[in-house]
Design a protein around this ligand. Structure first.
Ligand SMILES: [Zn+2]
Length: 240
C-alpha cells in the first residue's frame, strides 16, 4: 500500500510525462530542470543539490550497474518531489537491498517512491501469472520495466497470486535473504544452507524432500544465477 504523499508525487510526474514503461527517468529530470551528473568522485552513492537555482543529481563513479543507477536517479527524484530540502546525500541506495540499511524516514520514503515510479504495483500486477511465478514471467517483468531480474523477482513475489511461493537468495550456498507472500513463512523454515547443490541443478526442476521444513510433497524449484555465486531460488508447492 503506497502512502498518499507518494501517490501525489507520482501524480505530479504523470501530469507532465506520459506514463509509459519502462519509465524514462532522464526525461523526467530534464522536464523538471534537473541536471544529472554521473561518474562523479563522491563519498556517497548519490546527491541531490537544490540550491541557488541549481538542481543537480550527482551519482558516484562506484555505481556502474545501469539498473542501480536508474534506481538512484528515481530515489533522488523522490527527495526532490517529496522533501524539497536543499541538499541530500544518500548512501546504500540499492534496487535489490532486502533490508533498509538506512532507516531514516525520508530515505525509506525516497526508496518507496523510486519503486512506485519504476514498477508501480497496479502495473506489476498485470504481469503476474495466475499460476505460480516462474523466472520466465520475472524475465518479462524485468524487460518491461527495465529493472534487474533480482529487483523484478523481489517485487513480483510480494504480489504473487500463489501464496505458497518463496523466493530465496543464496550467496555461496548460504542464505542472504528470503521473501514470501505467505504469512506463516518464518526464518527457521528457510534453510540457512541450501539443501540442494545449486550449481549442479537444472534451472527448473521438481525436487521432492529437499525443502521439508517449508513444503510437503513435491516442490517446484527454479534457480537463476544473477551473478557470481549468488543464486535466486523460486519455490512453490504445498506450504507447511
Ligand atoms: Zn536519499
Amino acid at each position: 500500500m503506497i502512502s498518499e504523499n507518494i501517490s501525489n508525487a507520482i501524480e505530479i510526474v504523470s501530469s507532465f510525462i506520459e506514463r509509459r514503461f519502462p519509465v524514462d527517468v532522464e526525461c523526467i529530470c530534464s522536464e523538471l530542470g534537473i541536471t544529472i551528473k554521473d561518474n562523479q568522485s563522491l563519498d556517497k552513492d548519490g546527491y541531490l543539490i537544490c540550491q541557488n537555482g541549481k538542481k543537480i543529481i550527482l551519482i558516484s563513479n562506484r555505481i556502474t550497474n545501469r539498473h542501480r543507477k536508474r534506481f538512484i536517479i528515481a530515489h533522488e527524484l523522490g527527495h526532490f518531489l517529496l522533501h524539497r530540502d536543499k541538499l541530500y546525500s544518500c548512501d546504500h541506495i540499492s534496487d535489490i537491498t532486502q533490508e533498509n540499511i538506512n532507516s531514516q524516514a525520508q530515505e525509506k520514503e525516497a526508496n518507496a517512491f523510486a519503486n512506485e515510479l519504476l514498477i508501480p504495483q497496479t502495473e506489476l500486477k498485470k504481469h503476474i501469472p495466475i499460476a505460480p511465478l516462474t523466472f520466465s514471467a520475472i524475465f518479462d517483468i524485468a524487460r518491461v520495466f527495465d529493472i534487474s531480474v533480482t529487483h523484478a523477482a523481489m517485487q513480483a513475489i510480494t504480489v504473487s497470486n500463489a501464496e505458497s511461493e518463496v523466493l530465496i537468495c543464496y550467496d555461496n550456498h548460504f542464505r542472504k535473504w528470503y521473501l514470501s507472500a505467505h504469512r506463516y513463512t518464518f526464518p527457521r523454515m528457510v534453510p540457512m544452507k541450501c539443501p540442494v547443490d545449486l550449481p549442479s541443478v537444472a534451472a527448473a526442476t521438481d525436487i521432492t524432500g529437499a525443502w521439508t521444513e517449508l513444503y510437503y510433497g513435491s516442490v517446484h524449484q527454479e534457480v537463476f544465477c544473477p551473478y557470481g555465486n549468488q543464486y535466486l531460488v523460486l519455490l512453490s508447492g504445498n506450504h507447511r
